[in-house]
Design a protein around this ligand. Structure first.
Ligand code: HEC
Ligand code: HEC
Length: 350
């Protein structure tokens, strides 16, 4: 309706108006709906796509914002600074992420993919909706240290942004709601579903090697109770036996719920593209997949909230595995690497 009245004003006042006023009137480009396709082996999304249907211009705007340092106080730290595509949108080489002026956070940047299928976000589930998640990094002192009113001012000075917002949203406004909606439109399209594992699951002609097949069987019996289904997470919060780090003493899920039973529990992470999302765990303390498997077999530490599954009848802790079994599981995990996604130009900065 608003869009319609905008056009009526243009028609009624026509050229006389624009020649009398020097105000920048955006030429509003045409906008088309983008197809949000659920891969055949995926569940239904948790994100209500019908409330923020991705469009060509909304996606383009979201991508531009994602890679724009204007979203931070120093003009340098964009979302893409910490979320790098080649590493499934994690902060490669950084144990914990660093933001404006090199400020250190306390957590390892999570991969960004298949977010439309996730119910809660961040390692402790502090964000309950994808549209709200970016508020955390944007306003966090150690990340982007910025305010929405300041971002909006910066964007209003750029004609490309004025034009893109006008094209992407019916109310044409540069406001926080539209900034967040555009970021979500970009992020929900980031679907990783073309790994070797997916092609096998969908009977598209690929086959596992013997090692990978053996690893898959082991994975199903030893890991899939938490790293479940095609998303490789049951989206629950668990304590997988990491020793409490005295430096950060990150209490995990307890920070959100305040419940004693949630102390030191973290969201079960997806394992898609895990070959590239090192270093591992919420604080990036483990460097390699070998380290991860060694943690599960020999490094699990007892505590009040340790996953009961990890307390063996024999009195030992963890998941018993031989060296060969660990290598087979790692071979399987590498079949979750999705080169199509990692090289998909739609999501690249340039
Ligand atoms: C300074 C580095 C940094 C910047 C900049 C940053 N992030 Fe993150 N991102 C992280 C870290 C670290 C986490 C994990 C946070 C936690 O668990 O508390 C994360 C988590 C996320 C998640 C949750 C993923 C999941 O699976 O739950 C999303 C979505 C996300 N970031 C999107 C963004 C967007 C959009 C921006 C830009 C507005 C952004 N990030 C900027 C480091 C960063
Ligand atoms: C009881 C649930 C549970 C089981 C069983 C389990 N995990 Fe995990 N896994 C988790 C949780 C929770 C985390 C995150 C812990 C943290 O960071 O504090 C995690 C983290 C990981 C990570 C790090 C991913 C990243 O992005 O940092 C890898 C890799 C991993 N697990 C692989 C495995 C493998 C392989 C097995 C089987 C040998 C397994 N897990 C069994 C719950 C589980």
């Amino acid at each position: 309706m608003k869009l319609l009245s905008y056009y009526i004003i243009i028609i009624l006042f026509g050229t006389a108006c624009s020649s009398e006023k020097d105000d920048y009137v955006p030429i509003v480009p045409e906008n088309k709906k983008l197809e949000f396709t659920i891969p055949a082996n995926f569940p239904n999304p948790s994100y209500n796509v019908s409330l923020n249907p991705p469009t060509e211009k909304g996606f383009e705007l979201g991508k531009k914002l994602f890679y724009d340092g204007r979203l931070s106080s120093d003009g340098v730290i964009s979302c893409g600074f910490c979320h790098i595509q080649d590493f499934a949108f994690t902060h490669h080489t950084h144990i914990v992420s660093h933001g404006v002026d090199g400020a250190l956070g306390t957590r390892n940047a999570q991969p960004l993919h298949n977010l439309a299928f996730m119910k809660e976000f961040t390692w402790d589930g502090a964000a309950r909706h994808l549209d709200l998640q970016p508020i955390i990094p944007i306003t966090a002192e150690v990340e982007m240290n910025e305010t929405f009113s300041s971002i909006i001012k910066k964007l209003e000075e750029k004609p490309e942004y004025v034009q893109l917002f006008a094209a992407a949203f019916e109310n044409q406004k540069i406001n926080s709601e539209n900034i967040l909606k555009a970021l979500s439109q970009f992020m929900i399209m980031m679907i990783s579903s073309n790994s070797k594992y997916d092609k096998i699951e969908r009977n598209e002609g690929s086959v596992f090697t013997d090692n990978e097949a053996a690893g898959f069987e082991l994975f199903k019996s030893k890991c899939a109770s938490c790293h479940a289904g095609t998303l490789f997470t049951d989206q629950s919060y668990r304590n997988n036996g990491l020793a409490v780090d005295p430096l950060y003493n990150d209490i995990g899920r307890n920070r959100v719920t305040g419940l004693a039973e949630d102390m030191h529990k973290f969201k079960v992470p997806t394992l898609r593209n895990v070959e590239l999302t090192f270093p591992y765990m919420h604080d990036g303390r483990l460097k390699t997949l070998d380290d991860v498997l060694n943690h599960y077999s020999d490094g699990v530490v007892d505590s009040e909230t340790l996953e009961p599954l990890f307390k063996n009848q024999s009195g030992t802790l963890g998941i018993p595995m031989t060296t060969e079994e660990k290598q087979q599981i790692i071979a399987f995990l590498k079949t979750l690497t999705d080169d199509n996604f990692l090289n998909d130009d739609r999501f690249s900065e340039f």
